[in-house]
Design a protein around this ligand. Structure first.
Ligand SMILES: [Fe+2]
Length: 255
């Protein structure tokens, strides 16, 4: 069973689903795709989505109440837009971390440029006891142009989440190639749907897992889609997954 650690399933708080009815339909579809656990991650971004934890928790309680029969276990987190005071914002409870015990923080970076000083900001976050998980690095223009711009963060142990839709090619060849490159660099810890609306971007776990298993083998797919997301949900330690193209591996063996 899969665990989805990034999706926009709280109605009316960001650009995700618009109603509880849509959220319930989304959960039904996720369950059909064998998704058993979901961390709901509304945007927290002062200029566009100035969501506050108390209101998010109130809506989340309503979502849990309404979707009791869905067969999906829910947890609340957030997708936090990068800011220089991430560690302090967690301590002040202005933003929500992910997983049991709030061990991880899902951080969205600006699309165009890696912010100066981000290594230091994420290092301080880690020192405060919270592990940064960077949302969809394959979608950032600076990472598409030069994936090694993320090397320093990866070296420090920052975790990366790739989006299922990127892996399946739904965002185009450039983003898909970048996703493969990051997987092959061995920096990616897990995949997640980052689903917004059921109509626009359904969960797609099955299809993404098929692509990853074809390319890197079933064990890599299992760790990226099943084991690591479940461990994150439970607040357990996770490690990035080394992905080697099967073509290359088999070619060397079979001649
Ligand atoms: Fe997102």
């Amino acid at each position: 069973m899969y665990t989805d650690v990034h999706c926009h399933l709280l109605p009316g708080v960001d650009d995700g689903v618009e109603s509880f009815k849509e959220a319930e339909a989304w959960l039904k579809r996720a369950r059909e795709e064998k998704v058993a656990r979901v961390i709901v991650t509304p945007h927290i971004r002062p200029d566009t989505y100035p969501n506050k934890p108390p209101e998010l928790k109130r809506r989340f309680a309503e979502l849990v109440e309404r979707s009791r029969d869905s067969g999906v276990e829910l947890s609340l987190g957030a997708e936090v837009y990068y800011r220089h005071d991430l560690a302090e914002a967690v301590a002040r409870q202005e933003i929500l971390a992910l997983g049991a015990g709030g061990r991880y923080l899902l951080v969205e970076l600006p699309l165009a440029v890696l912010p100066a000083g981000s290594e230091e900001v994420l290092y301080r976050l880690r020192l405060s006891g919270v592990e940064p998980l960077i949302a969809h690095p394959e979608r950032y223009v600076f990472a598409q142009d030069e994936p090694m711009r993320l090397a320093e963060l990866a070296r420090e142990g920052t975790l990366f989440q790739i989006t299922t839709h990127s892996v399946t090619g739904g965002f185009g060849g450039n983003i898909q190639r970048t996703a493969f490159r990051l997987l092959e660099l061995g920096w990616v810890a897990l995949i997640a749907s980052d689903a917004h609306k059921l109509s626009k971007r359904p969960p797609m776990f099955r299809e993404a897992v098929r692509v990853i298993a074809n390319r890197y083998g079933k064990e890599a797919a299992r760790r990226l889609a099943v084991e690591n997301p479940r461990r994150l949900f439970n607040g357990e330690r996770i490690e990035p997954v080394a992905c080697r193209p099967r073509r290359w591996r088999l070619g060397g063996l079979s001649g």
